[in-house]
Design a protein around this ligand. Structure first.
Ligand SMILES: [Zn+2]
Ligand SMILES: [Zn+2]
Length: 238
């Protein structure tokens, strides 16, 4: 966990950062990313697997992995790949004390969701942080995104539908194969969800094991279906 002086320095940096400039190219922009950078790094119409949001070549709708063993969520949407230099935006959202980036990413996801003609969920649910991590960070970046998404489309967002009961070791520090085991039992859903169609929101999807575990918990509580929307999707290793 970063030290307190480090966090304070980061927040100071966030406050002093010149506003009205694109976070990548530093040209004037009223949004965290200017329109040309959005078009380049978050292109509106890439071909992605409908189920897991990995980029696909050759016009297929669903990737081979999802055909063989479909994930518990029925669809996934990502704005772009988690790669240089756009990953910096998510780093600032998570570690730079800039929750407003999350609300903006949520609104952008909602606009894409609508443009795609995807059916609207009953409820928007963020992937929760543990209490300790929430305290250290001061906000949950996924909740900021969920609020942005719900606000854009007049939907309800709730942070008490899915809770984190166990603080797993950070997934990013683990080999891919160990991630599913690491996250097992980390979530609980305290209320009955009786047929609700839920949208799970997270900042980055890597192997999908966190979202798979969260979706399974929500389905066990009676949700009729779970969809997924993330800001960025980690491309498979080459
Ligand atoms: Zn730009
Ligand atoms: Zn897939």
């Amino acid at each position: 966990m970063p030290s307190r002086p480090f966090l304070l320095l980061q927040r100071l940096h966030a406050v002093l950062r010149p506003t009205g400039l694109c976070g990548l190219c530093a040209l004037p922009s009223t949004q965290p990313l200017c329109e040309p950078c959005q078009a380049q790094y978050l292109p509106p119409e890439p071909t992605r697997c409908q189920r897991c949001a990995l980029e696909l070549a050759g016009g297929a709708m669903v990737c081979g992995t999802c055909l063989k063993s479909p994930p518990p969520y029925i669809q996934a949407l990502a704005l772009g790949d988690y790669a240089e230099p756009i990953d910096r935006l998510v780093q600032r959202l998570k570690f730079g004390g800039e929750p407003a980036i999350g609300r903006w990413l949520g609104r952008l996801l909602a606009q894409r969701w609508q443009q795609d003609g995807r059916p609207l969920p009953d409820l928007v649910v963020p992937v929760p942080l543990s209490k300790a991590r929430l305290q250290a960070r001061g906000y949950n970046q996924s909740w900021e995104m969920a609020r942005g998404f719900a606000g854009e489309l007049n939907l309800r967002a709730r942070s008490d539908v899915l809770l984190r009961v166990r603080d797993a070791a950070p997934q990013s520090g683990l080999p891919l194969a160990q991630r599913a085991r690491n996250i097992r039992g980390a979530f609980t859903a305290p209320r009955a969800l009786e047929g609700a169609r839920l949208l799970l929101i997270d900042d980055v999807m890597t192997t999908g094991s966190t979202l798979t575990e969260a979706a399974a918990v929500l389905l066990r509580q009676g949700a009729s279906e779970v969809s997924v929307a993330v800001a960025l999707r980690t491309p498979p290793p080459r």
